[in-house]
Write a protein that binds this ligand. Structure first.
Ligand SMILES: *[C@@H]1O[C@H](CO)[C@@H](O)[C@H](O)[C@H]1NC(C)=O
Ligand SMILES: *[C@@H]1O[C@H](CO)[C@@H](O)[C@H](O)[C@H]1NC(C)=O
Length: 665
């Protein structure tokens, strides 16, 4: 109590010479006001008159002030205060508040609503009230001739204003009045100045950040001394009815007979932070916005999730769990290949498109082969075979790392071979030509790889599609066989009763075209064609050549028969080759391509020949050459009568090399 009094004395100073009141409240902390109804001082030091529905609140300076002193001097006074009217619900306005000069500071008969908590139906307008008020009216009441629902008015003894104006302020710079909204929730400054000599009552309004305008909003001639009694109380009153409205006073200064002190705006309390406005905005605007935003976010997230689920959907069946370690996620492969971008395309091979990729976590460079495959039939066998092929380890095989399955699609992941496929070096880029030493090393490497498949692994693996474009070159230009075992996919995918031939035309052993049964011998036949390819730098069937040179194997045996087998050597190399090795490779190529399967060597024998551990059988050039020539000549029609890839069991035309298409012309 003592502290309260002390603060009160500090805040309130009397200009006591003539007993004239002079007080200032820069905020109402500890202020000793006479309050009733809903009025209270908040913890922030704001005077809150009303806040809820059906309330009235009064807050008056507690001491009676002499308005008509005995010395007969005409009194003047000035006051100014900062207020804010905050609606709890936007656009749900209510009645206003007022600065009141009254003979009493209590209004037990004051009614709610438009009676401002001061008047009641019986006394409103009665001159015995002796009340003057400046109303901040936010409700249009035609009964009292209100001009609008946002005005300032001077009321004498009742609610019919003797003067009123829309809430606005005079802009000193612009020289005109600017509208304000009383219910905007913004803080506003109001000045009331009464000059008792001239009976002049001025009311001036401005936003809080604007200094007192030069011109008042209301300027009325009214003789208050004929209205008010000798002693007066000054204070504030407000009331609500059906709408909850917060009426705040933040600071107040008053002086009798002089200019009221200026409020120190920087010291005024802040409007309550977690106040009704924030809350209402949160509830009325913020909450729906948040809900909409949240809903939108959730829907988008779910949408994206579902989309990504579909985009990255895989086919994973129970039986595949045992192959888990070999399984790649489609998402990883998608990321690795930048979404199977064309720029990452390494080539279109026999079984599908091959993309370069970098696996997300390991940063391992891989080649991803994308094979479209409609049938699920036999997929289990094929996958287990693929996975078991993944266990093959040989420096001349392209390592299969794993697989991924999607609807109608199979993806195989291989080691990345930086130098691409051999055929590019042999045929496409004669400028970056391979030396004979490189070629011979590649030949030996491929032979070792095929030997491993045929004889050295735990089970026999047929490659079934040996050709230069299936031989890849690692960073040391070692030849590595790729795509081994892949041809089985098309066996499994089809009716087991009908045997489909797989391979590439020009590399197909004659018995394969007749019976369709792949054996190690048919692989050796294709290997023979491959040897000739590498040595001669030409495709097995080259339609651009002259008639005699069109079929490579025939032409080489023809050269041999003429005793000039070295004429078949790749002309691009000139004389830059080892003649002995060249002759060996060309003859071995012919031997492997022997039309009679039984005459062909095994891969182990091939290795022995290449390593010079054994000599080539002393085949007469006439014997072998004649056999080849007679066979191939006799079967020309058969070979060239294959009109399309379809009969060869290829899934699409891209899987057959150019030579086949042109061979079928
Ligand atoms: C004004 O109020 C006084 C006192 O309450 C009463 O006697 C008088 O009749 C009222 N006048 C009117 C016009 O209501
Ligand atoms: C200001 O308010 C008054 C009354 O509501 C209106 O007539 C006038 O057009 C308004 N002026 C501007 C500039 O909005």
């Amino acid at each position: 109590m003592f502290l309260k009094l002390l603060i009160w004395f500090l805040l309130i100073r009397y200009a006591s010479s003539e007993g004239d009141a002079d007080f200032i409240y820069n905020g109402f902390h500890g202020a000793n006001l006479s309050m009733d109804g809903a009025a209270k001082i908040t913890s922030e030091g704001v005077l809150l008159l009303t806040q809820s529905t059906h309330q009235k609140g009064h807050a008056f300076y507690p001491i009676r002030l002499p308005f008509k002193p005995s010395n007969g001097k005409v009194q003047s006074f000035s006051t100014n205060f900062v207020f804010a009217i905050v609606l709890q619900y936007p656009n749900v306005s209510s009645f206003g508040a007022a600065f009141v000069i009254s003979p009493s500071k209590e209004f037990p008969q004051g009614e709610l609503g438009n009676y401002l908590g001061i008047f009641n139906p019986n006394n409103v307008g009665n001159s015995t009230n002796h009340i003057a008020a400046i109303e901040l009216d936010t409700y249009l009441n035609p009964e009292y001739d209100d001009i609008n629902d946002n005005h300032i008015g001077i009321d004498i003894n009742g609610l019919k204003s003797i003067s009123s104006a829309p809430a606005s302020y005079f802009g000193n710079m612009s020289g005109g009045f600017k509208n304000l909204s009383l219910i905007s929730g913004e803080q506003m400054h109001l000045w009331v100045d009464y000059n008792g000599d001239q009976n002049q009552l001025n009311v001036t309004l401005s936003p809080i950040n604007v200094p007192k305008p030069d011109r008042p909003l209301l300027s009325s001639t009214v003789n208050l001394s004929s209205i008010l009694l000798d002693d007066i109380y000054v204070g504030f009153s407000s009331s609500t009815r059906t709408a909850p409205v917060y009426h705040y006073i933040l600071g107040w200064s008053f002086k009798m007979n002089g200019q009221a002190q200026a409020l120190d705006l920087s010291r005024l309390p802040k409007l309550p932070r977690m106040g009704p406005k924030k809350k209402s905005k949160l509830l009325i605007i913020g909450l729906p916005v948040i809900v909409v935003f949240f809903t939108f976010t959730v829907i988008s997230a779910v949408g994206l999730f579902v989309r990504s689920k579909i985009k990255f959907a895989e086919v994973l069946e129970d039986w595949e769990h045992e192959f888990g370690p070999h399984r790649f996620s489609y998402k990883d492969l998608f990321m690795a290949t930048k979404g199977f971008k064309d720029s990452e395309l390494l080539g279109v091979g026999g079984f599908g498109r091959v993309y370069r990729g970098v696996l997300p976590v390991s940063r391992l460079e891989v080649a991803v082969k994308r094979i479209s495959h409609e049938s699920r039939q036999g997929m289990r066998e094929f996958i287990s075979e693929i996975v078991s092929l993944g266990r093959l380890r040989h420096r001349n095989l392209v390592q299969l790392l794993g697989y991924c399955r999607r609807k109608r699609e199979l993806l195989l992941v291989y080691d990345f071979m930086p130098n691409g496929s051999l055929d590019r070096f042999l045929f496409d880029h004669p400028n970056s030509m391979l030396s004979w030493n490189q070629r011979f090393r590649i030949i030996k490497g491929v032979a070792l790889g095929l030997l491993y498949l045929h004889e050295e692994w735990e089970q026999l693996v047929l490659h079934r599609d040996i050709k230069a474009s299936n031989v890849l070159l690692d960073n040391e230009m070692n030849g590595r066989l790729g795509d081994f075992g892949l041809a089985r996919l098309y066996d499994h995918g089809t009716d087991p009763q009908t045997t489909h031939m797989v391979g590439t035309f020009g590399y197909l052993a004659p018995e394969l075209t007749r019976r369709g049964k792949a054996t190690t011998s048919t692989d050796v036949f294709a290997f023979g064609a491959f040897l000739l390819e590498v040595a001669c730098g030409r495709r097995p069937i080259d339609p651009r050549s002259s008639m005699e040179e069109e079929m490579l194997v025939e032409w080489v045996s023809e050269c041999w028969r003429r005793g000039k087998i070295l004429e078949a050597a790749d002309r691009k190399m000139g004389q830059e080759y080892n003649e002995e090795q060249m002759e060996l490779v060309l003859k071995l190529g012919l031997l492997c391509s022997h039309p009679v399967a039984a005459e062909r060597p095994s891969m182990r024998q091939v290795m022995q020949f290449l390593d010079r551990d054994a000599c080539l059988p002393d085949l007469s050039s006439d014997g072998l050459g004649a056999a080849i020539l007679s066979h191939h000549k006799g079967s020309d029609d058969i070979h060239l009568s294959y009109p399309s890839s379809f009969e060869l069991g290829f899934p699409n035309s891209s899987s057959i090399e150019g030579s086949v298409l042109s061979g079928g012309r």
